[in-house]
Design a protein around this ligand. Structure first.
Ligand code: BV8
Ligand code: ZN
Length: 237
């Protein structure tokens, strides 16, 4: 039986499906992934720039990188994978989308209560008064300042920073309860998200991975469907 039929059977039988997505689900929308060819910007890697230290030392350089990404993604639309997940979400009373992506495309496609583990590129946070606001200016002035005078930073979780407490709690609650996890388009490297599938498995969940290639997570999966998210996920409808 083809992988998508097995996945579909298990999905339909599940009561609390959880989907964990990474940059790969937005690739077909034109959003560069982190560890693909586009992962580089002026020879910097995400790990070099997406850190509190880098922002401390050179906020303008970090903002130049985020401006480059904001410009790159500002006109981009969700792809069939995002829309298919939004449609699936309507068919279950309890359907949780947990994403590592900061592009906001799941919400744009209609998914509800998306758990954004690593924040959102269209939100900024004041390093002084901690005020959080949406900011869709492209380009944003560099470096942007809050009305209180302090610097604004992207409201994004950098390496070495803890994930938002509320989001983590809700993610673990879903992972403890779920019986079916779909892991889509992630290289399975960045923690703690990379351990989420194993957490669900230890609670008896059926695990499915959709990716162009095998990843470090593939060995614990019940089904690995190799191919494009934008082609495979719509087949689950
Ligand atoms: C934390 C924000 C603790 C940036 C991101 C050693 C030193 C220092 C730290 C660590 C260390 N070892 C481990 C750590 C912890 C660290 C970590 O995991 N590092 C990694 C590099 C080893 N983690 C952290 O620091 C986290 N915080 O641990 O805090 C703590 C606790 C309490 C108190 C204080 C501290 C924070 C991690 C968050 C980092 N921020 N993003 C930004 O976006 O601007 S991570 C960044 O990588 C993105 O968010 C991205 O989502 C994430 C993961 O990447 P992927 O989504 O998987 O994307 P990738 O490009 O890698 O892969 C794409 C996949 O899609 C590929 O598999 C490809 O085949 C596939 N694909 C492509 N096209 C398609 C497709 N699949 C299907 N269809 C397609 N069409
Ligand atoms: Zn402020």
């Amino acid at each position: 039986m083809p992988a998508t039929d097995v996945i579909k059977k298990r999905l339909i039988a599940s009561s609390f499906p959880v989907v964990l997505t990474g940059a790969g689900i937005s690739a077909e929308s034109g959003v560069p992934t982190f560890r693909g060819a586009e992962g580089l910007w002026r020879n910097f890697r995400a790990e070099d720039l997406a850190t509190p230290g880098a922002f401390e030392r050179n906020p303008a350089l970090v903002w130049e990188w985020y401006n480059w990404r904001r410009e790159k993604i500002s006109g981009l639309k969700p792809n069939p994978a995002h829309y298919a997940l939004a449609e699936l979400g309507k068919r279950f009373a309890d359907f949780t989308v947990i994403t590592q992506n900061v592009d906001g495309l799941h919400t744009f496609a209609g998914s509800k209560d998306v758990l954004e583990l690593h924040g959102n590129i269209w939100r900024v946070r004041c390093v002084g008064c901690a005020a959080v606001s949406e900011n869709r200016q492209v380009p944003i002035e560099i470096p942007p300042r809050c009305s209180c005078g302090a610097l604004l930073r992207p409201d994004i979780v950098w390496f070495g920073e803890p994930l938002p407490v509320g989001v983590i709690e809700r993610a673990f609650k879903a992972l403890e309860r779920t019986d079916f996890v779909l892991v889509v388009g992630t290289s399975g490297i960045v923690e703690p998200a990379a351990s989420f599938a194993a957490t669900a498995k230890s609670n008896g969940a059926f695990l499915v991975e959709i990716n162009l290639e095998r990843t470090p997570l593939s060995d614990i999966m019940d089904v690995v469907a190799l191919g494009k998210a934008g082609e495979i996920i719509p087949k689950l409808l």
